[in-house]
Design a protein around this ligand. Structure first.
Ligand SMILES: Nc1ncnc2c1ncn2[C@@H]1O[C@H](COP(=O)(O)OP(=O)(O)O)[C@@H](O)[C@H]1O
Ligand SMILES: [Mg+2]
Length: 303
């Protein structure tokens, strides 16, 4: 019998690329693999699938190497972010400007904070301190506290939830002010305004304490953020507590490994993330597109 499959080894998985022939719904082909715990990716046109089997000997993906890749070096993206590599080991760079707001879910210890750090490093490597400023809310007061000293921070890292209202007001004021500037210039573009990247790790702490205010803030950013250069990235390990307002205003979703299909649906909008490896393995879904599996890179000091 002729074997029409193509075998390609990736950094974390053995991959079998199978081209569909004949009729039949591809979901019928996928389910048996999912049932034995294997993730299967479908190409955009639904012509082929990749069956991905975990390797025993996973090598960490080096962030430093990816900084040198042509996809990042030659990128035309406004806000290029190194996400990691696909299952074949090819670099994946995404544009935060297209997301333009990002929700990151996944169980504890699966790689969410590391990804936020990579996003910070990618943007800092490409954009000067005048072009791009960061605001980081680290409610655990652990992972990002040292970032306060960095030159491209708009303000010191916020660790105290009681400071959050002042922060919301300040960002709302900036957005207002920028909207007025654009209106007076009759312009739709926010050229010459430094981009502001807001990273919240973990959003649920704010939501529990200040639900209404947090929702109002996320809505404001969802409505006007991109046009005035303000972007929001938020992470949570408790996707089941995220309100629909928060979810709807962050069009791009990422989900790291979760415990169940239900958890995957809650975070990503579909099943699959329960089949990922941990830590560092994620599904990326830009504005409702088919999720892409991406292995996230690690900085040198962690390898
Ligand atoms: N992309 C990755 N590749 C390999 N190991 C990783 C990766 N991301 C995270 N880790 C490991 O997992 C640990 C927990 O990651 P972290 O990002 O803090 O998880 P979370 O924020 O989801 O709780 C890290 O300290 C690191 O050792
Ligand atoms: Mg974390």
């Amino acid at each position: 019998m002729k074997d029409n499959n193509v075998y390609k080894m990736g950094p974390w998985t053995h991959n079998i690329i199978h081209t569909f022939s004949g009729d039949g719904r591809y979901s019928d082909f996928i389910k048996p693999f999912n049932d034995i715990g294997l993730y299967v990716e479908i190409d955009n046109k639904g012509k082929s699938m990749v069956i991905e089997m975990p390797r025993e000997d996973r090598k960490p993906i080096s962030f430093k190497n990816l900084l040198k890749c042509k996809e990042f070096k030659n990128t035309k993206y406004k806000l290029p972010v190194i996400m990691g590599v696909n299952v074949f080991g090819n670099p994946i760079v995404k544009d935060l400007d297209k997301m333009p707001h990002l929700f990151v879910g996944g169980s504890c210890g699966t790689g969410k904070t590391m990804l936020l750090k990579n996003i910070y490093e990618s943007l800092s490597a490409k954009l000067s301190n005048d072009e791009c400023k960061f605001v980081i809310i680290d409610t655990k007061a652990f992972d990002f506290v040292k970032y306060s000293k960095k030159k491209n921070m708009l303000m010191p890292v916020i660790t105290d939830i009681e400071e959050i209202m002042t922060f919301f007001d300040k960002i709302a004021e900036i957005i207002d002010c920028r909207i007025n500037i654009l209106r007076n210039k009759h312009s739709k573009e926010s050229k010459n305004m430094p981009k502001i990247i807001i990273m919240i790790d973990e959003i649920i702490d704010l939501l529990f304490k200040y639900k209404k205010e947090t929702e109002k803030f996320v809505q404001l950013i969802g409505l006007h953020g991109r046009s005035v250069g303000v972007y929001l990235i938020m992470a949570t390990q408790r996707g089941n507590h995220i309100t629909s307002t928060i979810y709807a205003n962050t069009p791009t979703k990422i989900c790291f490994k979760v415990r169940s299909k239900t958890d995957s649906r809650v975070n990503l909008g579909e099943e699959g993330a329960e089949l990922l490896l941990s830590p560092g393995d994620m599904l990326y879904s830009e504005a409702g597109r088919i999720p892409e599996r991406i292995h996230v890179a690690l900085p040198e000091k962690h390898i």
